[in-house]
Design a binder for this molecule. Structure first.
Ligand SMILES: Cc1cc2nc3c(=O)[nH]c(=O)nc-3n(C[C@H](O)[C@H](O)[C@H](O)COP(=O)(O)OP(=O)(O)OC[C@H]3O[C@@H](n4cnc5c(N)ncnc54)[C@H](O)[C@@H]3O)c2cc1C
Length: 530
């Protein structure tokens, strides 16, 4: 069937891709599809951007992806506001003569509520500096990120139909017919970004194996009296875990008496107060709930993120406890990995199996996150063996080496895909090289697409991309510091191929593997050698 490349807004629309769910992952995916001009409609059942308190920070790959799309100034502004609110929390506690030391605003993360001290991180460790300015933004609350992505999607011309719920679909070999209360959309592809209780996942029949929930968690912003008796930061007690701050009124509790009876019921002030009193032993009174959410440690993942013309991304593909700040980041990474591959498939230049590399590349990271969060739940249990282990881990986490170990995993700076090639950069996010004209690599990736970076002014290197002019830009540049001689960067920012300079003349040591990498990720050349 013929697909329109522009997304209509009325019922019975034809469009290239329908994204179900306009949370952070659906919006990010829609932006990544709109960049190469794929027609996309986002269906979102909520009428407004969700303001519920969820993630409080983003990791380095997320910050880097947003930076590469020109969103760094907006992220910096969000972080500045978050830091002001942190400072206000510290002032309030100081004024109230509260117990305990508030966590310093520098984000170093936590493992099972064991705080990692930012001052133990080696400021010169190159792993923390490869992402350029994106290394300096992290304090970005989820609701602010969703607003930012909604604005970006609007700038890119994405159609987001708010207040419209996907109610069903039929997936055939050549199209997907999506049903909503507003009408029918005929699409080439459907991507379920509709969260942990995904309708798309259920209706498409994706298996969702994993481990059942054992805990009940709450996170909220509240007004309360008696809060000065709470300790700031994460606290393990004989009855569970509670956290207070770093925003005024922000509380989190974890109880180990089983999952909630009704996950869908609204969270009340009474429920939060009871949980906070139970886990902290402090006689607080919750007077107002500003925003609240309930969570569990249900840990599940679909084995394959694709079934024919239906794909999943974000929480729709994987759920787990929120400890250690991974879910949002995992989903944004899914969206960035999937966006260009689906665009290439829609636009007809994708090499065979390109779309299947999405699940192959993202599933292992998702599986790791599930294990990472299960380990934390095990450590948080209020029983003597877990407490003993927690004591050991707390001591270990106070060392320089362990802080680096945890911080690198939490921040995502070690992420590496298993791609062909033995250069140390292959499979890693491309380093944010600083060019001699003052621009950075991140500035050159805004329009998406592939990029062959020629850092040795080498015509043979450039010539290899001559058949890919419509898919791979070539940039000849000089860097201010040490750099490889050549780099092939995928549209998602991953290094597909890299070469160092040969000793002596600065030319690339070898162009072996470049043709294969071009074909692997960008298909057959239009003409010329490849
Ligand atoms: C308490 C808590 C703390 C967290 N902290 C962190 C953290 O620190 N760091 C981190 O990385 N992650 C954290 N997370 C996880 C993070 O919030 C999620 O991973 C993230 O929201 C997933 O985004 P998503 O877009 O996949 O799904 P969602 O955010 O759930 O968005 C799905 C969207 O789909 C819409 N939708 C659902 N069904 C339909 C339908 N049938 N039709 C149309 N629309 C539909 C929903 O309205 C929603 O807007 C936390 C989560 C919780 C609960």
């Amino acid at each position: 069937m013929r697909m329109d490349t522009t997304a209509g807004t009325g019922p019975d629309t034809e469009v290239e891709v329908v994204v179900a769910g306009g949370g952070p992952v659906g919006l990010m995916l829609a932006c990544e599809l709109a960049l190469p001009k794929v027609g996309v409609v986002v269906l979102e059942r909520l009428t407004e951007v969700d303001a519920t308190i969820k993630a409080g920070a983003i990791n380095t790959p997320t910050a880097e992806s947003l930076y590469r799309r020109g969103l760094l100034p907006a992220l910096e502004e969000v972080q500045r506001e978050a830091l002001e609110r942190f400072a206000s929390f510290l002032r309030q506690r100081e004024a109230a003569g509260a117990d305990g030391v508030a966590q310093p605003p520098r984000f170093a993360g936590h493992f099972a509520g064991i705080m990692l001290r930012g001052d133990l991180l080696d400021a010169d460790d190159p792993d923390f500096h490869a992402a350029g300015p994106a290394d300096d933004v992290g304090l970005v609350p989820q609701a602010a990120l969703e607003r930012l992505l909604a604005d970006h999607a609007a700038e890119l011309g994405v159609t987001v139909r708010r207040g419209v719920e996907l109610t069903g679909f039929d997936a055939a070999a050549d199209q997907v017919t999506v049903r909503t209360a507003d009408g029918v959309l005929r699409a080439g592809w459907l991507v379920g970004c509709d969260g942990g209780r995904s309708t798309v996942r259920r209706l498409a029949g994706f298996p969702f194996p994993g481990t059942p929930p054992e805990i009940t968690g709450h996170q909220a912003l509240v007004e309360m009296t008696g809060g000065e008796g709470l300790k700031a930061g994460w606290n393990g007690t004989d009855t569970g875990i509670y956290a207070h701050g770093p925003l005024p009124g922000r509380i989190l509790t974890v109880e180990f008496d089983g999952p909630p009876a009704d996950r869908g019921a609204p969270v009340t002030a009474e429920e939060l107060q009871a949980s906070l009193r139970h886990t902290s032993g402090v006689d607080v009174t919750v007077t107002k709930v500003l925003t609240a959410t309930r969570f569990t440690d249900n840990a599940r993942q679909v084995p394959d993120y694709r079934r024919g013309r239906v794909l999943l991304a974000g929480d729709a593909a994987h759920v787990h406890a929120p400890f250690g700040g991974q879910g949002l980041n995992l989903g944004i990474g899914d969206a960035v990995n999937l966006g260009w591959k689906l665009a290439a498939t829609v636009q007809g230049w994708a090499p065979e199996d390109l779309l299947d590399t999405y699940s192959a590349e993202r599933h292992p990271l998702g599986a790791w996150v599930l294990e990472w969060t299960r380990a934390q739940v095990a450590l948080m249990r209020p029983e003597s063996h877990a407490r003993a282990l927690r004591g050991v881990l707390t001591e270990l986490a106070g060392t320089v080496d362990a802080t680096a170990f945890f911080a690198k995993r939490i921040s995502g700076v070690l992420h590496r895909l298993d791609l062909p090639g033995d250069h140390p950069l292959t499979g890693r996010s491309a380093p944010d090289l600083l060019f001699s004209d003052g621009t950075r690599l991140g500035d050159r990736l805004r329009s998406g697409g592939g990029l062959l970076l020629d850092l040795a002014d080498d015509s043979a290197l450039r010539g290899r991309a001559s058949g890919y002019a419509d898919r791979v830009r070539v940039l000849t540049a000089r860097t201010t510091g040490p750099a490889p001689a050549g780099l092939l960067v995928r549209p998602d920012g991953c290094t597909a191929w890299a070469v160092d300079a040969a000793p002596g003349d600065g030319a690339p040591a070898s162009l072996d593997g470049l043709d294969d990498a071009l074909r692997r990720w960008f298909g057959d050349p239009c003409d010329g050698p490849a």
